[in-house]
Design a protein. Structure first.
Length: 554
């Protein structure tokens, strides 16, 4: 099947983001400052080159292009609307503060972390692959905004593009005698059923790097689908570019895609072995070089495979019995179809890596197989494509369906509409997570940081993760020293108690001043107000050696 215009556009957009990540990382590795407005033209050149390269042999398919555009724009619009009114990171958890702390460091210094002593401040983030953070810093500079205020939009854009690429993969794998576009739309719609693994992964759980990397991983899969149909070096070059960006953003996803590459390269076909080996080398060597570059400077980064952490178990209760049942049917059907073998292989490779990660986690003594559970976040993409292919096959078996007729396509779009309504209803009813980061609290913290010593500032907030974000990412306090080692610093009730009792810290940031207990509100002076947030000062004696910054520190 030839490349279509929507695919060339999608590959170009992903190439722009991938080139930006790779260029910024390479600049830092060479000791050059990360210059956003030098990286921008390089990324645009890469995107235009990919677009022109693919369009030379692309055919027109306006319905597919229109549908791809609607999927991407609609998904992006919904994700931004969901984050209103501040359009700041919408999730929660300690990971969010860690990501934002690294974001601030890169933005302020124009380089990545190379000083091991900064581990006291950034912890494991000094060895973290920084692709998502680089994208946010670059986008912030291009938009004349700080990275904090664009990171949600950047992640939302990658999710929207990922939905569009899944649609294109499903369309390419569809049989010739079904309406490809409507049945491919089903794959993009069904992504919303396992909500916590698709959107909740960053709107609730704050797995920012993982989510951005999923775009590049899905784009790698698309390149494999193209190569499986018509082996050529250009598809493998795109696989390499997307794979390098995947590794630099969240390297775990490169394993399953590389396994699929090797598997389909071994399949008998009318391609000589030297040509196959050449294509595999084109695909894998750049990724290996990037991995070696990162490993040389951050050898501790590879220890993450044995770490523990929070991840949701993919149980039927969490996924819903509908998605669980149709997924099982989709896997069984796809395993018998030649066209769907990349989806089957990707699921098998994902499961194989998950088992290896379980063994690694047990050997390392981790409390839970954290990264093994994370593999399901990738598995939802081949699962939804498999379900869409199964649905198309069931539709073909219906009696009286005229192949290629307008009536048949209308029936297919009617089915899409029914599925869209069924998927949209629970999403519309899903409650929003109270965000950890809000604009009024951020403004209060900015005012405080400019005038007061952070050592003298307490937190009167409704969520302990808000206090954690303020302490680490805004005020730049160390994670491995001082008040961060005391859990009481971030406990909501403990914070309120400290301000009811005398002799505490003299200043505090309150994210909802009017919601504070009356005993606190009537015994503090409000120094500044930012909507519901406020900076307050204790009346009476306090415990802080340097309550205000020196004039030269302002």
């Amino acid at each position: 099947m030839p490349i279509i215009g929507a695919e060339s556009l999608a590959a170009s957009l992903v190439a722009f983001l991938a080139a930006a990540v790779a260029s910024a990382y390479l600049a830092d590795w060479l000791g050059v400052a990360i210059a956003p407005f030098a990286i921008l033209p390089l990324s645009l050149v890469a995107a235009v080159a990919v677009l022109l390269w693919l369009r030379r042999r692309a055919t027109s398919d306006r319905p597919a292009l229109t549908t791809f555009t609607l999927i991407v724009c609609g998904t992006f619009a919904w994700l931004m609307w969901r984050a209103r009114p501040d359009f700041l990171p919408a999730g929660t958890g300690s990971d969010l503060a860690h990501h934002l702390a690294l974001l601030v460091y890169i933005e302020q210094h124009g380089r990545l972390v190379h000083d091991a002593t900064l581990g006291a401040y950034l912890g494991e983030m000094i060895d973290y692959t920084p692709g998502a953070h680089l994208l946010a810093v670059l986008a912030g500079a291009w938009c004349r905004r700080d990275a904090l205020h664009v990171v949600h939009a950047v992640v939302a854009l990658t999710v929207a593009l990922k939905s569009g690429v899944v649609f294109l993969i499903a369309r390419r794998l569809m049989p010739d005698d079904v309406p490809r576009v409507p049945f491919a739309v089903i794959a993009a719609l069904l992504l919303w059923l396992p909500y916590v693994f698709f959107v909740g992964s960053f709107m609730e759980q704050s797995f920012l790097s993982q989510v951005v990397s999923e775009l590049f991983a899905v784009a790698m899969w698309w390149a494999l689908v193209v190569w499986d149909e018509r082996p050529a070096a250009d598809a493998m070059a795109l696989f390499a570019l997307f794979g390098a960006a995947t590794f630099l953003t969240w390297p775990i996803w490169t394993g399953p895609l590389t396994l699929v590459l090797v598997a389909i390269a071994l399949v008998p076909r009318d391609v000589t072995w030297p040509t196959r080996l050449r294509d595999v080398a084109i695909a894998t060597l750049p990724i290996a070089v990037v991995a070696a570059m990162h490993g040389v400077r951050h050898p501790n980064g590879f220890q993450m495979v044995g770490t523990g952490g929070f991840a949701i178990w993919p149980t039927p209760a969490e996924l819903g019995w509908t998605f669980t049942t149709v997924s099982a049917a989709g896997v069984l059907f796809s395993a018998t179809q030649r066209r769907a073998r990349t989806a089957t292989l990707l699921l098998a490779a994902t499961a194989l890596q998950a088992m290896a990660l379980v063994v690694t986690a047990r050997h390392a003594g981790a409390a839970a197989p954290y990264l093994a559970l994370k593999m399901f976040y990738l598995a939802i993409y081949p699962l939804t494509v498999a379900i869409a292919l199964t649905t198309a096959a069931a539709w073909r078996a219906l009696p009286g369906v005229a192949r290629g007729s307008r009536r048949a396509e209308l029936m297919a779009w009617t089915l899409v509409g029914v599925i869209a309504v069924a998927v949209a209803r629970p999403i519309a009813q899903r409650p929003r997570v109270n965000p950890v980061v809000t604009q009024p609290t951020f403004l209060a913290a900015q005012w405080t940081r400019a005038r007061l010593s952070s050592d003298c500032v307490d937190y009167l907030v409704a969520d302990g993760y808000t206090a954690y974000w303020l302490h680490l990412a805004v005020f730049g306090n160390p994670r491995a020293a001082g008040r961060a080692l005391d859990d009481d610093t971030f406990m909501v009730r403990k914070g309120l108690a400290r301000w009811i009792l005398p002799n505490g810290l003299p200043f505090a940031i309150a994210d909802h001043f009017d919601a504070l207990p009356r005993d606190i509100r009537t015994n503090v002076d409000v120094l500044a107000r930012f909507g519901p947030a406020a900076v307050v000062q204790r009346r009476g004696p306090s415990t802080c050696a340097e309550p205000r910054k020196n004039r030269e520190d302002r």
